[in-house]
Design a protein around this ligand. Sequence first.
Ligand code: FES
Ligand SMILES: [Fe+2]
Length: 352
Amino acid sequence: MSELLLKEIHRFDHTLEVENAFTPPASWYRERDFHLLEKKALFNGWSMGGYSQSMPNEGDYLTSLVGSKPYVLIRQGGEFKAFYNVCSHHGTCVARGSGNTKKLVCPYHGWEYNLEGKLKKIPKAGSIQDIHQKNLNLKPIPLKVIGNFIFIYLGQGEVTEFNPDIESHLTRDFYKNLNFLKRIEYDIPCNWKVFVDNYLDGGYHVSHMHPDLASDLSLESYKTEIYESYSIQSCESDNTGRVEGRSEYTWLFPNLMINRYGKWMDTNLAIPIDENNCKVIFEYFHEEEPIDLEESLRASHQVQLEDMDICQMVQTGLNSGVYDQGVYAPQFEKPMYSFHKKLKETFLKHLS
Ligand code: FES
Ligand SMILES: [Fe+2]
């Protein structure tokens, strides 16, 4: 790692009070070295893999990416299994998207794996006996089911302990008995941290940018709780409808957001693609069928479009060369500051 990278990390001073602090330099959001560092430092432990309710049937599967590691999550024998989504032959991703299947067939030369990841068939490849000697099964990924959330472990070596505080937060009844509705992927031309920063501004942008949402919330009741590797923002609403009652927005370091409001839950996973692009996967869940389903999804999509648009504009400014470090709005943006501190700590730990 270059001296320059270390210097850029240290330019963010995590010791100041939020009132006096400056945000991380723009380099954190636009330099390839940071993107490469993040892949190794942030996305090499426990990561969100999926939700049990979105895979209710035997043979249901989904694929995604953490850092540069593609994985496939499968429901098999009443349990969940995770594998690196990489064919043992020439490394092709074996599965695509999500769906239901009885086997995984590589799209390149048709090697076939069963849902336990075992290589079962090698079309026209000569002595299968010999090939089988080499253990060409899909590589398994350790996994942990917490409430309805499925976490996968993508680190090397021994599996580290899962944070017990987060575990008890996620197993609350609040997150149970929800039905999966749909998954939407948004490609956003911004660094993934821009999206997370936007989420962690303590509701600061809501009244200015999402007037429809703001009119449904009692923003004066907005509250933020900050913990070691997660934070919770919450807000009340007197309105009936989509955001009725208490809304709770939980963020788990580094890139998972869980929103519970009214009869709804949606989860957002921000996946870095490169330093200038990310993908955010939204999954929607609800209690009993909401009467205003279409209208709720439309309202939510509207909020996403507004956020995506602003995130893109932030990235343009970060790439402009005329902006270096900003400041925090102290009343609101403590959760964002705490995210940045945790980033710095994790970067330095990885580099030491
Ligand atoms: S790469 Fe998968 S079958 Fe050839
Ligand atoms: Fe927003």
